[in-house]
Write a new protein. Sequence first.
Length: 427
Amino acid sequence: MTTTTLEANQSYRAVLRDRRVAGLLLGDLLANAGTGMILVAMPVQTLAIHGDVPRAVAVGMVEAAPFVLSTVLALAIGLGRVNIPPRTLLVADCVLRSLTFATLGVLALTGRLTLPVLIGGLFFGATFRMAGASSRRLLATSMVDGTGRYAVNGLLGVNTTFALYIVGPVVGGLIVATTSPGVALVADAAGALILLTAVAASTSRSPSPPATPSSPATASSSAAASRASRRPRPESGWRILRRRPVAARLLVVEFFFNFLYMPIEIALPLFVRDRLDTDATGLGLMWGALGLGAFAGAALVNQLRHLPQRHLLIGIIALWALCPVALATVETLPAAMVVFALGGLVWAPFTPVAYSFLQSGLAPDEQQQVVTLWTTGSMVAAPLGLLVGGPLIELSGTAGGMVLSGALTLLLVPIAAFAVLRPRSTA
């Protein structure tokens, strides 16, 4: 894979000097804050309208609904030859999301929202969810050259950890406690509109120069140039991965890194209650510790830009694998918070480092297919990991499940080393 020299990677401050990049990232930050509110508001809203449907089943259906159509579209783009510009996909996602959540929010506020309507709204309203998520990254990194890609990916990680997992849930909790979940739904719609405005402002083109009369020879050469500039249909992501085994192996690592993390989300509430002997407050403190550690880790990506990214990627996987193992051995809440915060610190740089390394080895016309596949694999790994995590924790126990999660993650280290340390000529 042809990578930019590490010394040339720009800092966060350098890429933010470009107003287009800064504007798009600001819109992404505010949109993530709106989505973070939904993490708290959606379960509360679901429990208020589940009716005769069992609570766990209702929450599961609501959580799964946004993945169905969005996965189909993302796979069509990643594995097929559907060629839709990232800007178009992101605009479509913002428009559909704002309309959907505004409608659901109004229905919730007026007491007319039902569970089938909520599930149906999320089913169709999230059609561009995964494609839009990858398009944010593609659009933002396309605004800089190879030396700025690492910083942009890092700043996208800062946005996610700070807005989606820290600010959003806190504000969403306050809104739900003082008003109604419907207000949070409307706020998420507003966040999508803000991102839409940022996309429009940051990607607006300068006016074309006025046309001038041209001779027949000039017109003929222009027509020939136009014909020559026509590109063939894009390759499918599958063919690209077959030709670039490094990207294929990294996709496997990306999927299982997220897949093997999910049992921890199931084990943690039980661990807090049984081992740490605390209540929901303790669970909130644990997630807060992870969020703060992750935010620090995302910010630290800026300082890691001069390190070899291949070895950094392997080190992140190994260090995160030790986190659930260490967590299973502690018996007090303060100690558990420290371990979880350190886990967030080492986990957060994984995504920006992995995406930067991946994108540096892809041609411009290969970016959308492969990055969309990566985003899809990362997001689909979550519900699949949760499905497997439940039986795993039941069979092995809370502490045993966390140790098993860490041990299996450690097995990814040699796979990751094989993926990224092979000679460049094999890519």
